[in-house]
Design a protein around this ligand. Structure first.
Ligand code: UDP
Length: 328
């Protein structure tokens, strides 16, 4: 298939592009490079551009004869979304509409959408099933939930077929070592812990140790980014094969606390990694762990790297390499 990947130069997007190409698809990546890296796009055509640009989106759909879209371009930081909500509503909702309109204009029927566990809010049930109530505790999660609702309406009115993948915590790096997580500034737990281990940052904080969890720190479900990427291929192929629009969680079904992540990272690097205790981060639920039964059963998805230590090892190999190198 000929697939447009928005946000394909980002952390998750670059792994999706790599998987799509390996599976024999033709890929066009659209990314404004606000967070992504040109070097992270390992194949296909690359277009630098923004979802704000409707004309560009329409031109891409027409000229490239796009058959399906994987839409990852978005702002994705919980903390920032609670300081600058407008940024999240504009980009993740309003600009995303430009993409849907361009799809409708050109008869592009399939979209896989990058959603988030943050749509659920404080869970009433663990592991969280897809039919759990959605009451996001932060603007990021809410912006993704709004877009899911828009997708549903576009299906009803225009027959657009969608799969929304609610990611839990993407982590690790491509085991072949050419792409990985490289945010600036970095806000995610595992790379921050590994930067501390490498002496690249003086200190870091555990955001709250008074949550109602086994050790007081927040529990998350860490899923290897390559496992996450493969689910997008299953999803777009599923849509093209005629399955119904659907929402799937994507996680390992196993939760680890912030303290456990730090301890496991210490085992991987071979020395203790020391953290300070800080304030809670606004918008953080205490526990987010997925039930991924639905995607296993309906799409046949299986994680290849379910083990936290293996996930951190791939992240460590990437982190030691020092991110992207301009000359490659
Ligand atoms: N976290 C932390 N210190 C940090 C960064 C993150 O304690 O420097 C915690 C954060 O509060 C959350 C977990 O680690 O409970 C994972 O956060 P991350 O930002 O990696 O992913 P998110 O859960 O926001 O998608």
């Amino acid at each position: 298939m000929k697939i447009l990947v928005t946000g394909g130069a980002g952390y998750i997007g670059s792994h999706v592009v790599k998987s799509l190409i390996e599976a024999g698809n033709s890929v066009v990546t659209l990314d404004n490079l606000s967070k992504g890296h040109r070097e992270a796009v390992l194949g296909g055509r690359f277009i630098e551009g923004d979802l704000e640009d409707s004309k560009l989106l329409n031109r891409i759909m027409a000229e490239e004869e796009i058959e399906g879209v994987i839409h990852l371009a978005a702002h994705s930081l919980v903390g920032e979304s609670m300081e600058d909500p407008g940024k999240y509503y504009y980009n993740n909702v309003a600009n995303g509409l430009n993409l849907l309109e361009a799809m409708v204009n050109h008869g592009v029927k399939y979209i896989v959408f990058s959603s988030t566990a943050a749509v659920y809010g404080e869970p009433e049930e663990i592991p969280i099933p897809e039919d759990h109530p959605t009451q996001p505790t932060n603007t990021y999660g809410e912006s993704k939930l709004f877009f899911e609702k828009i997708l549903d309406r576009y299906e009803q009115i225009y027959g657009l077929k969608y799969i929304s993948l609610r990611y839990f915590n993407a982590a690790g790096a491509d085991p072949e070592g050419r792409i990985g997580e490289a945010h600036n500034p970095e806000t995610h737990l595992i790379p921050i812990v590994l930067q501390k281990a490498l002496g690249q940052r003086e200190k870091f904080y555990i955001f709250g140790d008074d949550y109602p969890t086994r050790d007081g720190s927040c529990i998350r479900d860490y899923i290897h980014v390559s496992d996450l990427a493969r689910a997008h291929i299953l999803a777009i192929n599923g849509l093209a094969g005629g399955i119904d629009s659907s929402i799937f969680n994507l996680g390992n079904g196993e939760g680890y606390s912030v303290k456990e992540v730090i301890e496991t990272a210490g085992e991987v690097v071979g020395r203790e990694i020391v953290a300070e205790i800080g304030e809670r981060r606004p918008g953080d639920p205490a526990v987010l762990v997925a039930s991924s039964e639905k995607i296993r059963t309906e799409l046949g998805w299986e994680p290849r790297y379910p083990d936290l230590k293996t996930i951190i090892e791939t992240a460590w190999n990437w982190q030691k390499r020092g991110g992207f190198h301009e000359d490659e």
